[in-house]
Write a protein that binds this ligand. Structure first.
Ligand SMILES: [Zn+2]
Ligand SMILES: [Zn+2]
Length: 349
């Protein structure tokens, strides 16, 4: 049986500490669990995990799924993509079985590169070496975990670039399901002697394909304020709720900590000119309501709560009526006070 080698090349720099690395760790564990139930994958898929921060290291050498035990991920300082790539290429050179007259070698390896940031060293020569020696021998998929990754740099490495927009646990869960599905479809494609590289369909809003032909637009947001726009249920006019950043300093066991929150600055009716003077760019930036302190009344009609969010994402006001109609989409619903935070779209500020 020919092997289908899957490499995970994972950024474990400081910015990954805490939640992101735990999500990746759990994600890898679920991938393996899932693949163990897939007969085709069990036969063909071999997995290796290489991590990189300032240095790179193999934490799981290439092995079949049955003997795979999910590792604990380390964290390091720095983000040396060049060392990560260098280590990967070294491993490929050492471990790949080549096709010869006498034997069928491995299928084209698939490399999933996860990164959340910008390299802290020059990766030009490593990228050049990849393109010269490996880009035809292996398939590489780069995934930006959140907004921080340097897409223009990843573009030099591969045409398959994706972005995980929503980096909470549900976002990661969907993402790792997509990776699992991609590995499964690839192993099926191997069986029918196809390319052995079939990424699963993206049916999630959390993961998006980066359009390489499109110039990325910088999304400038003034982080000192969060501004949310709402629509009055009674007058249908637009209002803005403005929150100002507050850093609360505290001393915890001798360590200075700053906790960021946004405090209500006011709610304002803005009238027709708002739309006229807005460029209509949607910035896809959200803020979690748990970070927001204070909720205003509606500045248009005086309704008690200006902060109800419809399924259509429109924020609007509600009073004490039992059933509320969303002024944007017409959806009728009953609102209950939410517990915990949730994400709402913010304006450019
Ligand atoms: Zn209102
Ligand atoms: Zn609505």
């Amino acid at each position: 049986m020919r092997r289908l080698p899957i490499y995970f090349l994972i950024d474990v720099s400081e910015s990954m500490v805490g939640d992101p690395i735990n999500q990746v760790q759990d994600g890898i564990a679920t991938i393996i669990q899932e693949l163990k139930t897939d007969p085709q994958a069990l036969e063909t898929v071999y997995i290796s995990i290489i991590v990189f921060a300032g240095e790179a290291k193999t934490i799981v050498p290439l092995q079949d799924i049955i003997s795979f035990y999910p590792p604990k991920f380390p964290i390091g300082s720095g983000t040396s993509l060049s060392k990560g790539l260098g280590h990967l290429m070294h491993d490929l050179r050492k471990n790949l079985v080549k096709t010869t007259e006498h034997q069928k070698g491995d299928w084209k390896p698939i490399v999933f590169l996860f990164t959340d940031g910008v390299p802290t060293d020059d990766s030009t020569s490593a990228i050049k070496e990849w393109n010269n020696n490996w880009s035809k021998t292996a398939n590489l998929v780069a995934i930006s975990l959140g907004d921080g990754a340097d897409i223009s740099l990843l573009k030099n490495l591969t045409v398959n670039i994706l972005k995980l927009e929503n980096t909470d646990s549900s976002g990661y869960r969907e993402f790792f399901k997509w990776v699992t599905d991609s590995i499964k479809t690839s192993s099926e494609s191997v069986e029918s002697n196809q390319s052995g590289f079939e990424l699963a369909k993206l049916d999630s809003d959390n993961i998006s394909n980066i359009d390489l032909n499109k110039q990325e637009q910088a999304t400038y947001v003034d982080d000192n304020f969060v501004v949310l726009s709402g629509m009055c249920q009674n007058t249908k006019s637009t209002y803005l709720m403005k929150y100002k950043k507050v850093i609360k300093q505290s001393n915890f066991g001798g360590i200075e900590l700053g906790t960021k929150s946004y405090r209500l600055n006011g709610a304002f009716q803005v009238g027709e000119s708002y739309n006229e003077l807005s460029d209509g760019k949607s910035i896809q930036k959200t803020v979690n309501t748990a970070e927001l302190v204070g909720a205003p009344t509606c500045p248009c009609c005086g309704n008690q709560i200006a902060f109800a969010v419809c399924q259509c994402n429109q924020i609007h006001c509600i009073g004490d009526e039992k059933v509320t109609t969303c002024p944007n989409c017409g959806n009728k619903g009953q609102y209950e006070a939410g517990s915990g935070g949730f994400d709402v779209n913010r304006t450019q500020g």
